[in-house]
Design a protein around this ligand. Structure first.
Ligand code: SAM
Length: 301
């Protein structure tokens, strides 16, 4: 006699036959949401040590998932606010951390977190970020009206290396400049793929950011530097002076390059930050595109 088929279950079933959950009832990791959960306790310890929270601080965690890092964060005594897109974790997280952490459900890149920014006290942010949207998440945090005092993330090692890369190196690019002009940037330990489940294809690393306290006119200056860099990195192999000439033809770029001691044939990716900022200062104020003419920008980085 042929074995009978198991009865069909409803889509929301918690049984072992639910494709969305494992036999233990845990949500199955979703690749589309970058769910590679941390199984190495050293990782959470390093995140917390670098955040160095104290009781009065508020910590934001992006992507708590099953809550391994969340547990360490609430144990510090700080106020914890976490943002998670995957509502399958809702019953577990809201029960386990009831009264100890606040959860916001939805896409962190879509919701407006501004109303939750603490007005006073220490403000920290962290997360083992999903690979597919780690950079936009970091940018979003750095664009808040009040930026966190310290941010510590677990991200793809390659992206962490780009974040700390210096001009003139192969890893250097717009992200390196954007982060380093806005913050002190450090890379921490590297964690192999075996530190996560399911095991990803690449290694991860800790990235720590300490946003710089900059006056508004300095933020405006650095935003102009980033704009110049975006023009110069559009075609990395081309001479910077030619790309800039095309973007702002009314500026005498050749003579400005001489003024800041840059070789005429140099490429944008090789220009050190200090020289880039000197170049910004040499451009006449009315030559900038309208969005970059204000002495004080309306937003931060
Ligand atoms: N913190 C957990 C850990 O370390 O094991 C999970 C980290 S897992 C790499 C990334 C987490 O980010 C997942 O829980 C995923 O559902 C969540 N996530 C992915 N995209 C998101 C988004 N746009 N907004 C909020 N959370 C997101």
């Amino acid at each position: 006699m042929a074995p009978s088929r198991p009865a069909r279950r409803s889509p929301g079933s918690w049984s072992g036959h639910d494709r969305d959950r494992s036999s233990s009832g845990q949500p199955r990791p979703k690749k589309s949401l970058g769910q590679n959960f941390c199984v190495d306790p050293r990782l959470g310890s390093e995140v917390v040590a670098r955040l160095a929270p104290t009781t009065g601080d508020e910590i934001w965690e992006l992507g708590p998932g099953p809550g391994a890092l969340t547990r360490l964060l609430v144990e510090t005594g700080a106020t914890v606010r976490a943002f998670e897109i995957d509502e399958r974790w809702r019953p577990e997280l809201e029960t386990r951390f009831a009264g100890r952490a606040t959860f916001h459900w939805g896409d962190f890149l879509e919701l407006d977190p501004t109303p939750f920014v603490p007005a006073s006290g220490g403000f920290l942010a962290c997360g083992n970020l999903p690979y597919y949207c780690a950079t936009p998440m970091i940018r979003r945090l750095l664009a808040l009206p009040r930026r966190p005092d310290r941010l510590v993330f677990v991200i793809q090692e390659e992206v962490a290396r780009k974040a700390i890369a210096q001009p003139g190196t192969s890893a250097y690019g717009f992200l390196s400049a954007q982060l380093q002009l806005a913050a002190e940037v450090k890379m921490g330990s590297v964690f192999p793929p075996s530190s996560f489940r399911p095991v990803p294809k690449v290694s991860s690393a800790i990235l720590e950011l300490r946003p710089l306290a900059l006056p508004a006119n300095e933020i405006a200056r650095r935003q102009r530097a980033l704009w110049l860099l975006s023009v110069m990195l559009r075609q990395r192999r081309k001479m910077a002076v030619n790309l800039l000439r095309r973007a702002l033809p009314q500026v005498e770029w050749q003579s400005l390059f001489e003024q800041v001691a840059l070789p005429a044939g140099c490429r944008g990716e090789a220009i050190p930050f200090a020289t880039l900022l000197r170049l910004v200062d040499a451009v006449p104020a009315d030559a900038w595109p309208p969005a970059y003419q204000a002495a004080e920008p309306d937003g931060s980085f």
